[in-house]
Design a protein around this ligand. Structure first.
Ligand SMILES: Nc1ncnc2c1ncn2[C@@H]1O[C@H](COP(=O)(O)OP(=O)(O)O)[C@@H](O)[C@H]1O
Ligand SMILES: [Mg+2]
Length: 267
């Protein structure tokens, strides 16, 4: 298996957009792909055309932990999707308490799916640090952090770059070595964006997998509940994402033979 974990200290930087479109791109590159939503916002499903009325997900069945496979969805894109599920406020608070006590409950689907050598998993996460994130990161081959081409991202970079975001010490250093970045919402016509882009490109070097232009097509695709490569395949952002997918495909372990009970997932 190969696992990409998309995370960031900040919200609104494009984590969900990247997770969805990268999962789709890797599927188009010939991989069996499972997209897992670990964010209670439950927004990943919207990119895959699931209706807002669909509220089920693996977290809604958390009292029966072995049941997560029942929440698996085959999407029209070919990517299998494990939605988080919609929880009301009381259920969310109860789940937060349960995860605090035992984060493994939420990570069990990832751990079990990762036993399938033929599966590539893309996990979308909630912004900031959480028990769920810390239980997920050690499983990841690549920790993918989107940064916006603005001053705010430059301010968060030292925290991520130094490994402090992942905790100090050896674990933080191991996780920091898996870090790769994507610079999102790049606008070369805007002075600040162009200058932040140039300075981050210099600073990040080979750890920068690629840039995604600020492009109306991204928001339009989401409004149509579609993936960018289907909605606007010739758009600037779709071309940018295709390059990032190619870089990830080359960097990830090759997909092995399908195995076990998940063999049909992502076909
Ligand atoms: N390259 C881009 N160009 C234009 N809009 C974008 C781009 N990337 C993301 N967006 C928009 O920014 C918003 C936040 O993206 P999202 O993926 O939800 O971020 P996060 O998951 O980090 O909170 C969404 O409305 C999304 O459509
Ligand atoms: Mg999100």
């Amino acid at each position: 298996m190969a696992l990409i974990c998309v995370c960031s200290p900040k919200g609104g930087v494009g984590k969900t957009m990247l997770a969805a479109n990268i999962a789709h791109g890797l599927h188009r590159a010939g991989r069996r792909v499972l997209a897992v939503d670990l964010d209670p916002q439950n927004a990943l499903r919207l990119h895959f055309g699931l209706s807002l009325a669909e509220e089920s997900g693996f977290a809604t069945g958390m009292e029966r932990p072995s049941d997560w496979r029942a929440a698996l969805r085959r999407t029209a894109s070919g990517v299998s999707l494990l939605p988080y599920g919609s929880l009301d406020a009381a259920a969310r608070l109860a789940l937060t308490r349960a995860i605090e006590a035992d984060p493994e409950r939420l990570v069990a689907p990832l751990r079990e799916a990762s036993a399938d050598p033929g599966l590539t998993i893309v996990a979308d996460t909630a912004p900031g640090v959480s028990r769920t994130l810390f239980a997920t990161l050690p499983l990841a081959d690549i920790i993918l952090v989107p940064l916006l081409a603005d001053g705010g991202s430059v301010a968060t970079l030292p925290e991520i770059d130094s490994g402090r975001f992942f905790g100090r010490g050896t674990m933080g250093a191991i996780l920091a070595a898996k870090l790769r970045f994507v610079l999102n919402q790049v606008d070369q016509g805007e002075r600040l964006s162009a200058s932040v882009t140039a300075s981050l490109m210099r600073h990040l070097g080979a750890r920068l997998l690629g840039l995604v232009a600020r492009d109306e097509a991204v928001a339009e695709a989401l409004a149509c509940e579609a993936l960018l490569a289907d909605h606007a395949p010739k758009s600037r952002a779709a071309c940018d994402l295709a390059e990032i997918v190619a870089a990830l495909d080359a960097a990830l372990p090759a997909a092995g033979a399908a195995a076990g009970v998940l063999a049909g997932v992502g076909r």
